[in-house]
Design a protein around this ligand. Structure first.
Ligand code: COA
Length: 415
């Protein structure tokens, strides 16, 4: 079956997590992704957080599926020539070097545009234009600068970063969308363009509801769905809201049976207005259906703490899965807190290809997250990440280099 991005060639100059996330998605959608790596060492993540001696780390393998690897010293004059050929050959160059690195290499936007006016040049940077544009940035810096850390955690604790890699993988996802949009626009304009996804901006986009709340707070001085209401005080900036829902339907994380020993025996429980009578029946508080203090969503906002405490008395008598089964019969929105161990074993995620087992020549079998985006006419088959330089000869032959030229490059350590 054909793939959505069949025929699209990506010059993948990415490393670590943000850029590789983007190019892995494009590869899953069918693009030919040629990852250019420094001879001898390659992407630094190949050797980071290793769990198997001398094998590419899971950090690397899980972010570089379905790609080809070409080693090339792009600071060497011969390497630069090969890079020029690659720029003419490919449709998109994706990079997430530190600011200015591509220019220092001699490949400014103008130069790339001269070599291939149709080329799209897509970049992840920590910050967009402004005071921090020259800074190097990693995941947690972006979470802090993009508003996630100040709005995550509990009111009486410090700012907190989340486990979801919204700075790196979140930005990679944004960049991938920018690239496919630029490819689409190229169909009518005939020329490429620059695509920039700054990590601060991508995190902020994902924290959009918190900027909403900042403005609500400034206008009204309070936010009724936050745990600070009605007893605590609000300051000038959106506070951390613990596990409150963040939307118009109050929610909380509640203990379930076994919580004393299992750190994940919890459920997320949402008291959606439409199912309030069902909630009352399930927990045995039918009087709350008509009680003025609990009857309407507005009245309940004054009593969220005692309401959730009472619901928790009920959830503590059930495992998170038992509670899930019972609550779903009444359409009460809820979700078990799943550990990574439980997710790894979840059969439905295996069946849909979201959790995939991959075989690798030096590390053996491992689990990875497959493509979460499902296209009915462009199914994803996850294939293992390439070894360093595994496709160097193959790619150079495709670019028109003969065996003698390749041997010379190897002798000069350009590849
Ligand atoms: N051949 C020759 N040189 C190469 C090369 C190749 N194939 N590939 C990379 N290099 C060079 C670069 O040109 C650069 O050289 P320079 O510093 O002389 O200009 C050098 O390798 C290092 O690149 P850099 O990006 O600065 O790596 P770093 O390890 O110092 O920094 C980051 C890593 C992630 C902090 C930085 O790349 C960054 O801020 N990127 C943008 C934001 C980002 O994506 N962050 C999230 C990462 S998950």
């Amino acid at each position: 079956m054909s793939k959505a991005l069949d025929g699209v060639r990506i010059l993948d100059f990415t490393h670590v997590q943000s850029g590789p996330t983007c190019t892995q998605l494009l590869a899953w959608l069918g693009a030919d992704v040629i990852k250019v790596e420094r001879p001898g060492e390659g992407d630094a993540t190949r050797a980071q957080l290793r769990d198997v001696a001398d094998a590419d780390s899971l950090y690397f393998t899980m972010l570089n599926h379905n790609k080809r690897s070409l080693t090339l010293d792009t600071k060497d004059p011969i390497g630069k020539e090969v890079l020029e050929t690659l720029i003419r050959y490919c449709d998109v160059l994706v990079e997430n070097f530190a600011p200015g690195a591509l220019d220092r290499m001699g490949f400014t936007w103008q130069r790339i545009n001269e070599l291939n006016p149709r080329m799209i040049v897509a970049s992840v940077k920590g910050f967009g234009p402004g005071p921090y544009e020259d800074c190097k940035v990693y995941e947690n810096v972006a979470q802090c600068a993009g508003g996630a850390a100040s709005t995550t955690g509990f009111d009486d604790g410090p700012p907190m970063v989340t486990g979801a890699q919204i700075g790196d993988s979140g930005t990679g996802l944004h960049l991938a969308l920018g690239i496919v949009a630029a490819l689409y626009q190229r169909n009518s304009t005939g020329h490429g363009q620059k695509v920039l996804a700054p990590m601060q901006d991508a995190v902020l986009n994902l924290c959009r509801v918190k900027l909403r709340d900042q403005q609500r707070l400034e206008r009204t001085g309070t936010m009724h769905e936050y745990p600070q209401y009605p007893d605590g005080k609000f300051g000038e900036a959106v506070p951390r809201a613990g596990n409150a829902s963040g939307g118009g339907q109050p929610g909380s994380i509640l203990k379930c049976k076994g919580w004393e020993t299992d750190p994940n025996a919890y459920i997320y429980f949402i008291t959606q207005g439409a199912v309030w009578p069902a909630v009352c029946k399930v927990i045995g508080e039918e009087g709350w259906i008509t009680d003025e203090a609990f009857k309407t969503p507005a009245a309940r906002l004054l009593h969220l703490k005692p309401i959730f405490a009472r619901i928790e008395q009920w959830t503590m008598t059930k495992t998170k899965f038992e509670a899930m089964d019972i609550l779903n019969k009444y359409d009460i929105p809820c979700g078990p807190i799943l550990s990574m161990k439980e997710i790894a074993q979840e059969p439905s995620l295996r069946e849909t290809g979201t959790i995939v087992e991959v075989d690798h020549p030096t590390r053996g079998k491992y689990l990875t997250v497959g493509n979460p985006i499902k296209l009915s006419d462009s199914p994803t088959e996850v294939t293992r990440s390439p070894l360093l330089g595994e496709h160097t000869e193959e790619v150079l032959a495709q670019l028109g280099y003969n065996a003698e030229q390749v041997a010379l490059m190897r002798a000069k350590k350009v590849i």
